[in-house]
Design a binder for this molecule. Structure first.
Ligand SMILES: [Zn+2]
Length: 421
């Protein structure tokens, strides 16, 4: 076994008792106070001294608050939380300067802000040394033993943990340093995966087609979400009942996100366990979402999350992931003879190949093409037919269109010329 290490994260749900929960809430408020006070001092120091305080000076400033009259309570907070806060504040300032001077590329970084009560709460950081897990309880610095539930913890060294609140629930995200896991040899050599709107993933392993259906159970929740949101908007801003309604919306949002995540975890885990090489088409999810008629289905399909999970899980398991570019003609090439059929556009689910007469399911055919991606394509006589990929663009292709799809096609027809290759 090699000494290679990877980092893995785990998120646990915490069940603090009343006293612990009130400590956590107090610490969050305390951190907000420290952040604002320190930021204020930083700006004042800049005005007086004509230069920005250093990292060490910011840290000394925050430590000094522990001894100041009126803010002695700061020393009751976990020391690591204050240390991280001081690092975060310094980093926020540096990012801001580098953004201004052009040293840092990318979107403009805003000036570090004062934190309001309503805005996202600061996380409470916990150190590794004083955190220990066991028997459904996690021992946290200054908090004692807290009940938790969650996934199996990665076997490794705990690097750090962050306790945060979402809606009305407490969570702890922990990062571990682990050895690269030894995966069993995969049952098949390769799978090709087509991601789609109708079916989340269509998987071809060289012999069989398997489909991962779209998560349908969410429609019900989403309708309820709409109702909750309407209810919230009817209520008077700032009122207690409005806040209640707002919390209900937040809880449901989270529930939906959790269901999606869970589903994607299971599906991607199975795929990574099943094959040594995973070929998948990387789609431009954003361009789908722009098309309003399918944006909802896109969100449902959770394609982006699925792909990112595949990436890191393949990495952990030592599998190779081949990403097939989105402009490869995977759906409009016949997987039997290699002829290209330009008439296959978004919305067509079945079509007939004019080259060999095969009837294709759009997704199945695409999965087979992705499976064969990067390998030389041969026809029945054993000759390479690579030329067909580029030379088969004859006009007048006749897609097989069942009655109920003509409506979709009419709409798609207008877009096909620019939307698809
Ligand atoms: Zn064909």
């Amino acid at each position: 076994m090699s000494g290679a290490k990877i980092t893995r994260a785990a998120v646990l749900r915490l069940y603090p008792n009343q006293q612990q929960a009130s400590s956590l809430r107090r610490w969050q408020g305390g951190l907000r106070y420290v952040w604002n006070a320190a930021l204020d001092c930083v700006f004042t120091a800049r005005d007086i001294n004509g230069r920005w305080p250093s990292k060490a000076e910011i840290h000394a400033l925050i430590v000094g608050m522990k001894k100041m009259a009126g803010t002695e309570w700061i020393s009751d907070m976990p020391a690591h939380a204050l240390l991280t806060l001081s690092d975060d504040l310094h980093k926020a300032l540096v990012n801001w300067f580098n953004g201004l001077s052009g040293k840092r590329k990318g979107p403009k970084i805003a000036r570090p802000r004062f934190r309001g009560k309503v805005a996202k709460q600061l996380s409470v950081y916990m150190v590794n040394q004083n955190t220990s897990f066991g028997d459904g309880l996690v021992k946290l610095p200054k908090l004692g033993k807290v009940k938790f539930r969650g996934c199996d913890l990665p076997a490794g060294r705990l690097l750090s943990s962050r306790v945060y609140r979402e809606a009305d629930k407490w969570y702890m995200a922990s990062i571990f340093e682990c050895a690269v896991p030894q995966m069993n040899a995969a049952p098949v050599e390769c799978v090709g995966i087509d991601m789609g709107l109708k079916t989340l993933a269509t998987i071809y392993d060289g012999l069989n087609i398997r489909e991962v259906p779209k998560l349908g159970a969410l429609r019900k929740h989403e309708q309820r979400l709409k109702r909750y949101q309407r209810r919230m908007s009817r209520r008077v801003k700032g009122s207690r009942r409005r806040n209640q309604a707002k919390q209900a919306v937040a809880r449901l949002h989270q529930r939906i996100a959790n269901i999606r995540k869970d589903y994607a975890h299971k599906a991607t885990g199975e795929i990574v366990a099943s094959a040594q090489t995973i070929k998948v088409e990387t789609l431009n999810v954003k361009s789908w979402a722009k098309n309003r008629s399918i944006s909802k289905s896109t969100a449902d399909a959770s394609v982006g999350m699925f792909l990112s999970m595949l990436r890191y899980k393949a990495d952990w398991a030592g599998r190779s992931l081949v990403e097939v570019g989105q402009w490869e003609p995977t759906s409009k090439t016949c997987s039997d003879c290699g002829a290209r059929e330009p008439g296959v556009v978004l919305g067509i689910s079945r079509w007939v190949c004019r080259g060999c007469g095969a009837i294709h399911d759009r997704d199945h055919n695409a999965a087979k093409n992705i499976y064969a991606y990067g390998e030389e394509r041969r026809n029945v006589t054993g000759n390479t037919v690579e030329s067909a990929w580029t030379g088969g663009d004859q006009a007048g292709a006749i897609p097989l269109v069942p009655q109920d799809e003509t409506r979709i096609l009419k709409r798609i027809g207008r877009e096909s010329s620019r939307a698809l290759v």
